[in-house]
Design a protein around this ligand. Structure first.
Ligand SMILES: *[C@@H]1O[C@H](CO)[C@@H](O)[C@H](O)[C@H]1NC(C)=O
Ligand SMILES: *[C@@H]1O[C@H](CO)[C@@H](O)[C@H](O)[C@H]1NC(C)=O
Ligand SMILES: *[C@@H]1O[C@H](CO)[C@@H](O)[C@H](O)[C@H]1NC(C)=O
Ligand SMILES: *[C@@H]1O[C@H](CO)[C@@H](O)[C@H](O)[C@H]1NC(C)=O
Ligand SMILES: *[C@@H]1O[C@H](CO)[C@@H](O)[C@H](O)[C@H]1NC(C)=O
Ligand SMILES: *[C@@H]1O[C@H](CO)[C@@H](O)[C@H](O)[C@H]1NC(C)=O
Ligand SMILES: *[C@@H]1O[C@H](CO)[C@@H](O)[C@H](O)[C@H]1NC(C)=O
Length: 295
């Protein structure tokens, strides 16, 4: 091994110091780099393109403007800088995605607004725990096979599909998302009339919001599989079309039951509140109830 001679020692020392400094700088860069995964970054940009492609012309600059690619001249970290994206601090993988009211249309027109969404867009996000997609005028999912529609979303705990036009056709797909603890389906067109299993498989579900689905009728509660969801703690059924609440007596863990604004709901005798020992809040505002027994 060639060592530094006395004559060369100064420059030799300089060289070694320089190398050391470079190594430190490089290690710092690697350690300090906290961008999200490249595959997830690419997938996010695909989602942005999708929302632009299904919006009206003229809104491109208003749709997820903070989601910019590398080639836009600035470095931007999708975990820290992109709106609606939240990553796991350790793995830097996307944990939550909020795509509220992301699709932009000039005016409300139900027929021309209808749109299927391809859930494969979300397959790369294997650590996704929460997905918000409210207010985007979606009518259904592209017909992937039901069992792989949600692909690798094995950790999804909360799914918010509120304020869209989804109907019973999505129920077989949702019924495969057994990791869910919260499901928001408010203000859609779910009826529960055309479903075999409903949501009966979602046994870990604790919060279910079906409010504002005007055509959910009483018989639908059973068809929707609600009686099987014995871990439910909060159930929102306001502004549906229900007239009786048959099928809820098995939900012994229920703490909050909202039934308001069901004008033709005249009795809750079918449940017998003694069946719901954990009930803390019961909302019967704007119902047609005239007598209450068994409280
Ligand atoms: C982030 O990921 C780590 C490693 O997988 C995991 O232990 C931790 O629970 C995650 N954090 C959250 C908030 O999910
Ligand atoms: C998205 O909407 C839901 C309610 O539907 C709300 O709870 C959530 O905070 C919203 N997310 C953002 C980022 O505004
Ligand atoms: C859905 O997206 C996946 C992946 O992006 C693609 O392979 C598939 O063809 C798409 N399906 C439809 C019906 O567009
Ligand atoms: C409820 O059903 C009626 C009659 O079939 C239909 O006209 C209406 O659009 C439905 N409403 C919703 C919110 O699905
Ligand atoms: C729902 O409950 C009924 C009655 O206990 C049972 O026969 C059925 O297998 C359950 N369905 C699911 C999907 O767990
Ligand atoms: C509801 O409870 C009744 C009485 O305990 C039982 O016979 C029935 O199978 C239960 N239904 C479901 C869907 O678990
Ligand atoms: C209540 O029932 C009546 C008679 O069946 C029906 O005409 C009316 O539309 C119902 N109202 C609601 C809010 O469902």
């Amino acid at each position: 091994m060639k060592s530094c001679s006395a004559m060369e020692s100064t420059s030799c020392l300089k060289f070694s110091l320089m190398s050391l400094i470079w190594i430190i700088v490089l290690m710092n860069e690697m350690h300090g780099y906290k961008g999200c995964l490249e595959t997830e970054r690419t997938a996010l940009l695909e989602i942005k393109s999708f929302f632009i492609s299904v919006s009206d012309i003229g809104y491109d600059d208003e749709i997820l403007p903070s989601w910019v690619g590398e080639d836009d001249g600035m470095s931007s970290d999708c975990c820290d800088d992109w709106e609606g994206v939240m990553c796991n601090a350790t793995t830097r993988r996307v944990m939550q995605l909020s795509l509220n009211n992301t699709r932009r249309l000039k005016y409300y027109d139900r027929t021309s607004a209808s749109l299927l969404i391809n859930m494969s867009l979300f397959h790369p996000f294997e650590e996704l725990q929460r997905l918000d997609l409210p207010g985007n005028w979606f009518t259904g999912f592209y017909k992937n096979r039901a069992y792989d529609s949600f692909g690798s979303l094995k950790q999804l705990k909360m799914l918010n599909l509120g304020a869209n036009f989804f109907n019973d056709n999505i129920l077989p797909y949702l019924n495969t998302l057994t990791s869910l603890t919260t499901l928001i389906l408010s203000d859609n067109s779910i009826e529960g009339s055309r479903t075999k299993q409903g949501l009966a498989n979602l046994r870990y579900l604790q919060v279910l919001d079906l409010s504002g689905n005007f055509n959910i009728t009483s018989g639908s509660l059973t068809r929707l599989g609600l009686a099987n969801l014995t871990n439910l703690k909060k159930l929102y059924l306001d502004q549906c079309g229900i007239t009786t609440i048959q099928g809820l007596a098995n939900l012994t863990n229920l703490q909050v039951l909202v039934l308001s604004d069901n004008r033709n709901l005249t009795t809750i005798a079918h449940v017998g509140l003694a069946d719901l020992p954990n009930l803390k809040a019961l909302d019967l505002g704007y119902c047609g109830i005239t007598t209450i027994q068994g409280i």
